[in-house]
Design a protein around this ligand. Structure first.
Ligand code: ZN
Length: 347
């Protein structure tokens, strides 16, 4: 394989991509973190926010995530975070994103779901006009808050939908710490979300074993799995997910830097997951907090896992299949991606 050069960088940035696993709070520019802290009169433990962005485990990352998240104090802050996150991703080939936000702490502090979704939607609309990138929202339950607040959050989302507001909010997800939490505790909240017509997904098997994925799948009825790395430890579960084409939105760099699950990108099972027939896609998770973008994620994974251009274009096209776009949009986007890919000089 020839060494990477600037031309290769162009190809991976030009490759059109869908992103299904990106947290808006993890996509806030370090400079914006500083400005929000000043605006909202919050103290940070350092004057250089990149100093904050160092982790030894998923739970140590979550402490930083919660601190940065707490800086979003009003709908304008959410609008700014959403807008900048898309502006920053567009030059690296992002065409469509289904983006997480996790409002448990903000709701506990007195913000409303309606206000947060209004702010995010406003930022997204501005970014769509600027870049042509489309973006929808997934409201994540923070499982560390337990099933009570999860149910209230789902009820607030249903109420928003009933009022005809929040049309960008298409899904309910679940994130935060996995250890010591039983996914079954959230079955009722997920059942209500599903029957109200929301798509559903959940973080599972990022920091725990395959049972965590199987339980989330069976008890919550999720359509997608966020991370899901642990499936590879269970051949029967792997075969089941491959057969059903259940999408796994995988974030290899994040799994090295945040979950510390693998020492190097070379050790990540991503290519093995695809060779096992899984619908595994590539995503950044928390790009600003890991100094990452989607072009670099594709380029780094290709180099570390020895994946060729054809394989990487297949990953990009699988992102369309794994998305919650409707079938006619999927056909349109797939055709557009194919045309764009054909015009790129492979690295
Ligand atoms: Zn995540």
């Amino acid at each position: 394989m020839k060494p990477l050069d600037a031309h290769d960088a162009d190809a991976y940035d030009a490759l059109p991509k869908v992103e299904l696993h990106c947290h808006v709070e993890g996509a806030i520019r370090p400079q914006t973190v500083m400005e929000l802290a000043r605006k909202n009169d919050r103290r940070l433990p350092t004057s250089d926010p990149t100093e904050l962005y160092r982790y030894t485990s998923l739970d140590s990352f979550l402490e930083v995530f919660w601190l940065v998240q707490s800086l979003l104090a009003d709908p304008d802050d959410w609008a700014r975070a959403a807008h900048e996150s898309i502006i920053d991703a567009a030059p690296h080939g992002l065409r469509h994103r289904e983006m997480f936000f996790t409002p448990a702490r903000h709701l506990a502090a007195g913000q409303t779901l309606a206000g947060i979704v209004e702010g995010l939607s406003r930022g997204i609309e501005r970014a769509e006009a600027d870049t042509g990138v489309s973006c929808m929202l997934i409201c994540d339950i923070d499982r560390s808050f337990g099933p009570g607040p999860a149910g209230e959050l789902v009820d607030a989302a249903i109420e928003l939908r009933r009022r005809g507001a929040g049309e960008r909010l298409i899904g309910i997800g679940m994130d935060s710490t996995e250890r010591g939490v039983d996914p079954r505790d959230f079955a009722e909240a997920f059942a209500r979300a599903r029957s109200a017509g929301f798509h559903v997904t959940a973080h599972a098997g990022e920091d725990t074993g395959p049972d965590n994925v199987a339980t989330a799948l069976d008890a919550l009825g999720i359509e997608r799995i966020d991370h899901g790395l642990a499936v590879m430890d269970d051949p029967d579960l792997t075969a089941r997910l491959a057969e059903l084409r259940v999408p796994l939105d995988v974030c290899p760099s994040s799994n090295v830097v945040i979950a510390n699950r693998f020492a190097r990108l070379e050790d990540h099972p991503f290519r093995g997951m695809r060779q096992a027939g899984l619908l595994a896609t590539l995503n950044t998770d928390d790009p600003a907090m890991t100094d990452l973008d989607l072009g670099r994620e594709y380029r780094s994974v290709a180099a570390a896992q020895g994946m060729g251009w054809e394989e990487m274009t297949a990953v990009a096209l699988d992102g369309v299949e794994a998305s919650w776009l409707d079938e006619s949009d999927k056909r349109r986007v797939r055709a557009q991606f194919r045309a764009e890919i054909a015009a790129i000089t492979p690295p």
